[in-house]
Write a protein that binds this ligand. Structure first.
Ligand code: PFF
Length: 470
């Protein structure tokens, strides 16, 4: 993590000997870059378009945007605030805040959820990261040029049907993540994010530019932004809520960990809003890039997790300089996934270091190997175990493979649950005075945030949960 090591930077109000020893982010930009690196990833470019397609478009997008605004941003502010206040790793920050204020230590649960969710998410995230790696070669070889939708679909099915190839790419992706986490060196990462994120944004714009020429751009805009509530189901609302957590990296204490390095004089509200706006912008651009291609080629919006791998290669096969742009795009997608993957593994490694006294290299190796092994189940779900739905007897989970279950359980259950606890902690447990100091908002803005975190966000999460379980 790129932090300055100025020992004099103890924050007033933070816990003794915490941030001072650990160093602080060098600037607001450094924090924004690291947090954006975590937030922007496969969730924006791979997952957002396909869950939008599966859930009928406009109404789902609207609910997702509401979840970002009403639940996501306030919870991100709470996570960053708790992290900065505690000044330690998430588990210890919560412990210290609760002990100092004489509060119950049950809040350690938030840290535990973070570690569990990190394990489970990274296991399948790395498999999809592997798909992106594989597509660099597919695109660079020029084999996509002028291909039909069927041919592009066949290339993708070919990849999924081959467990050995998938395993090789999954191993490479996991190795890349472990390498950075084991070395604990983050300084290059920020610089990478500051160059690669804008580049990814630019390439998405280029694809959107191409998508405008397909003659189906208007249809895609209507699909994404004209809500048709008849297409929205209660499970769609749960997916929208879960995706808001997933895409902003919330509910598993990542932002709490990053917040512990944030200097006191930096506005938590402004930085949280900046990160959320960039994240949402990337997702919407991805939607605008993909859906015109879907409609122009008569593909199904509800094609599922393969959607971007069946549409973008078509675009790159048809547009001028498509081989170059396509290769660059997938390289940038790997980087976006890599920075997110690192933030998924980091809390587990920190936890192992702190709780089990292992050193960084050993804890990275141990955690990485467990995630990698679990990833094999996701790989097999795509081919040999494609019809194996272990919890299919539960109506809501009918037909879900292990891969689907991991995705569902983490994004739609664990992360919102972690977020709910964070909201309850900030809204009902932490001292109001301490929070006013940390956030330094105008009284009106503070009250708006406080009402949201105390009532609105927890009620929203609870209602969505209850409706889905009934
Ligand atoms: N936010 C990442 C994405 O959208 O791809 C995924 C993610 C990273 C989720 C880190 C949760 C997390 F803690």
């Amino acid at each position: 993590m790129s932090v300055t090591s100025s020992g004099s930077a103890t924050q007033s109000g933070a816990l003794e000997g915490s941030n001072a020893k650990r160093g602080l982010w060098s600037s607001r930009l450094a924090f924004v870059l690291a947090a954006t690196g975590s937030a922007v990833g496969l969730g924006n470019i791979w997952k957002f378009p396909y869950v939008t397609g599966e859930n009928g478009g406009g109404a789902f997008v609207l609910v997702y945007l509401l979840c970002i605004a009403i639940v996501g941003i306030p919870i991100m502010m709470a996570e960053v605030m708790i992290g900065r206040r505690g000044g330690h790793s998430p588990v210890n920050s919560l412990r210290l805040i609760t002990e100092r204020d004489g509060l119950k230590p049950a809040w350690k649960l938030v840290g535990a959820i973070g570690v569990l969710a990190g394990f489970l998410i990274l296991s399948f995230y790395s498999v999809i990261g592997g798909w992106a790696i594989s597509y660099v070669g597919t695109t660079a070889s020029g084999q996509l040029a002028g291909q039909s939708a069927d041919a592009v679909g066949a290339i993708f099915s070919g990849l999924l049907s081959n467990p050995t190839t998938l395993l090789a790419w999954h191993t490479l992706f996991m190795g890349l993540v472990m390498l950075v986490v084991a070395r604990g060196v983050r300084s290059g990462l920020e610089r990478a994010v500051s160059i690669l994120m804008p580049a990814l944004f630019l390439l998405l714009l280029i694809v959107v530019g191409y998508a405008m020429t397909t003659g189906h751009f208007g249809q895609a805009v209507a699909f994404l932004f004209q809500p048709d509530f008849t297409k929205l189901t209660t499970s769609g609302v749960l997916v929208a809520l879960g995706h808001a957590f997933f895409t902003l990296s919330l509910g598993m204490a990542v932002m709490m960990a990053y917040g512990s390095y944030l200097p006191k004089n930096i506005s938590i509200a402004k930085t949280s809003i900046t990160v959320s706006v960039i994240d949402t912008g990337v997702a919407l651009l991805a939607g605008l890039a993909i859906f015109p291609i879907v409609f122009a080629n008569g593909l199904e919006p509800s094609a599922g997790p393969g959607l971007i791998f069946q549409t973008l290669p078509l675009a790159f096969g048809q547009m001028p300089m498509g081989t170059l742009f396509g290769t660059l795009f997938f390289v940038l997608l790997i980087f976006a996934a890599w920075t997110s993957g690192i933030s998924l593994l980091e809390p587990i490694v920190e936890w192992l270091e702190e709780q089990k006294g292992m050193n960084r290299a050993v804890s990275t190796l141990a955690a990485g190997i467990v995630c990698w092994t679990l990833g094999i189940a996701s790989i097999l779900s795509l081919n040999l175990w494609a019809d194996f739905a272990p919890l299919g007897f539960i109506p809501m989970l009918e037909g879900k493979t292990i891969f689907d279950l991991l995705d569902f359980f983490t994004a739609n259950i664990l992360l919102p649950l972690g977020g709910l606890l964070v909201a309850l902690f900030a809204g009902w447990v932490m001292s109001r005075q301490a929070m006013e100091n940390e956030l330094s908002l105008s009284p009106a803005m503070f009250n708006l945030w406080f009402v949201t975190i105390r009532f609105i966000a927890p009620i929203a999460v609870a209602v969505v949960f209850i409706y889905n379980l009934l």
